[in-house]
Design a protein around this ligand. Sequence first.
Ligand SMILES: Cc1cc2nc3c(=O)[nH]c(=O)nc-3n(C[C@H](O)[C@H](O)[C@H](O)COP(=O)(O)OP(=O)(O)OC[C@H]3O[C@@H](n4cnc5c(N)ncnc54)[C@H](O)[C@@H]3O)c2cc1C
Length: 316
Amino acid sequence: MNIVKSIYAARLKDSERLLKSSSGGMFWVLAQTFLHGGDAVACTVYNNSTKQAKIQLLIDSAQLDVAQGSKYMQSIPGDSFRQCVEWMEHHRSHKLLFVGTGCQAAGFQSFIEKKKLRERTVIVDLICHGSPSPRLWQEYACALEQKNHGKIEMVSFKDKRNGWNSPYAYVKIRQSEIPISDYVNLYYSGCILRPSCHCCPYATTERRTDLTIGDYWGIERVKPDFFSPTGTSLVLIHTDVGEKAFNAVKQQLYVRESTLEECLQPNLTAPTPPSEQRDWFWKTYYSHGLMYAMNKLFRAPFFQRIKQFISKDRLM
Ligand SMILES: Cc1cc2nc3c(=O)[nH]c(=O)nc-3n(C[C@H](O)[C@H](O)[C@H](O)COP(=O)(O)OP(=O)(O)OC[C@H]3O[C@@H](n4cnc5c(N)ncnc54)[C@H](O)[C@@H]3O)c2cc1C
């Protein structure tokens, strides 16, 4: 494992691109720099027709739009690792940037090391709360389409219009925005993450990758003068390769040095714990379907709703 060499809070100077990013735009600036230099990027891309997130090899910066933003589902590797190797074998003077969750980055790293291509890669992993089965999102998205009589044209799990601290999640169907906060709440409930996410070995600051990126939680507390409602990335540099990659894009960022004590957050110290309602949720899902299980999970208990009703009545 590599111990952390240095830590930064960073934010893209390009405000338009920053708004499209989930946090401070570290992914975009790294990917853009690689693609401009004729190098390649492998990362997660969302497809509206299949309703799936997939790891894809990108060689053109026009493809970056669909890669921006967090997607709250497990992305499928498919044969992307093999495609990366093929591309590297055909472009021997070029490098490849891989960006994925800790488990995906570890899988890619083992694969590329076996192919003896590690020295031509920069591997970046994300701080990760965990990822749910892609099937749940597909079911949810299909139910939304049915209810709203149209196809989903776009998805945003973390729109920053109300500020990075209060992200808004929605889909667009027939040009109308439909909130998907119930799906996002379900994601954060600890009921639907893959069982392996609850014992994730990558929920630590010590990684084998070159860089780790995530949201700089608590920046308003530890560096109030650097806080911005448009989001800030946390960057952990683990290797010389990671440091070189960060220095190459530093000019395009507002940057502040930081420390481990300042930046620690739950998924840098331990995996997300499962909810006590996890087993109940899955039993209910298998017997009654996703929408029923989700409504039941979030419905306040009967006596609480009566109490709310009475207190509202009294206020009027
Ligand atoms: C499922 C998930 C959980 C996360 N949990 C946390 C957390 O607990 N704490 C924290 O600090 N940060 C977390 N992050 C990371 C954070 O939300 C941002 O994704 C990260 O900081 C990159 O943001 P950005 O502004 O640099 O670029 P963005 O443009 O927002 O990021 C896009 C990058 O995220 C990748 N990506 C998007 N969705 C997925 C996916 N489903 N699987 C794999 N890669 C994906 C894309 O490939 C691309 O590389 C999580 C991200 C994801 C995807």
